[in-house]
Design a protein around this ligand. Structure first.
Ligand SMILES: [Zn+2]
Ligand SMILES: [Zn+2]
Length: 304
């Protein structure tokens, strides 16, 4: 039997973070993408499907995406792959973040394998291309299955929104470039599982996302209008003077986008509350049916 990707989305933590249980139907070997919390619940789903977990994949070092990684890794002796090393400070900060957010205690970890642009990860017989997509966090990575035309994008892009960049070492220009130059060129038909809220496709976001659509930026895919520097081979905005990335002034991205921001500041502010409104949308829109295990999955991603 040929390898095929199946996926079940399991929202975890009060942030309803979309942890994805992915597996190869030929070998029944699998991985958790962004085991952010509720480890027992995640492992119950693994047992339910009869999957042998092989590794843990991490898109970025935020608490809601990586909070349960250490516990599950220790319990099952699993390797951890990702994110990019630029997220080390986020992973190390998780125990304190857990305290601040009122989460159960969380331990940090050191990934077995750090990832970079162009790497490949495997799960059973499945292959995923790794894209380094900085902006939301400097070491954010995306996992892309070419045969399935499905990407796991963490908090880079959502249906109708993009990741926050008001965190330490967040960078709005990097985020726009990551989306326009590394994700959209994968193809309009490519669907993606975001870190929060419902799935979408790059084509849908190119048409209608108020932050990164062709119309908002006035440009074609593969280009970030108004962005002078392109991403380096290892991602991230390079600066000849060696200025730390978070100290580089943020360029305004695209004439149309800047005008939109001026005309509609409320909408622009909305992005900073995406945790909350995406949670609301996802509760209404997607997860009302998540307990129905008898229903066939809606696609290769399935539904928890
Ligand atoms: Zn995040
Ligand atoms: Zn998140």
């Amino acid at each position: 039997m040929a390898s095929a990707l199946r996926c079940e989305i399991i929202p975890v933590t009060p942030f309803e973070q979309n942890c994805s249980l992915i597996w190869d139907t030929a070998t029944m070997r699998g991985a958790l993408v962004d085991a952010g919390g509720e480890p027992e619940r995640l492992l119950e789903r693994v047992r339910h499907h009869g999957i042998t977990l092989e590794k843990l994949l991490v898109t970025h070092g935020h608490l809601d995406h990586a909070g349960a990684v250490r516990d599950i890794s220790d319990q099952l002796q699993l390797p951890i792959e990702g994110p990019h090393p630029d997220d080390l400070f986020w992973i190390e900060g998780m125990p304190l973040a857990a305290e601040n957010y009122g989460f159960p205690p969380v331990r940090s970890f050191v990934p077995t394998r750090w990832l970079k642009q162009g790497d490949e990860v495997t799960v059973g017989g499945l292959h995923f291309a790794v894209s380094h997509c900085p902006g939301h966090t400097p070491g954010h990575v995306v996992f892309y299955s070419e045969p399935t035309r499905l990407a796991f994008v963490g908090d880079v892009i959502f249906q109708g929104s993009i990741g926050r960049t008001d965190f330490p070492r967040g960078n709005h220009a990097d985020l726009i470039r990551s989306i326009r130059e590394r994700l959209f060129p994968l193809g309009d038909d490519v669907r993606f599982v975001p870190g929060h809220g419902p799935i979408s496709s790059f084509g849908q976001e190119r048409r209608s996302n108020p932050y990164v659509s062709d119309a908002a930026l006035g440009c074609q895919p593969g280009r970030a209008a108004g962005a002078e520097a392109r991403l380096g081979p290892d991602g991230g905005q390079k600066n000849a003077a060696g200025t730390p990335r978070h100290l580089i002034p943020q360029p305004v991205t695209g004439g149309a986008a800047a005008r939109n921001l001026k005309r509609n500041p409320l909408r622009a502010r909305f992005r900073f509350y995406d945790y909350f409104w995406i949670t609301c949308i996802s509760l209404l829109d997607q997860y009302g049916i998540r307990a129905d295990e008898s229903a066939p999955p809606a696609g290769p991603w399935g539904r928890a």
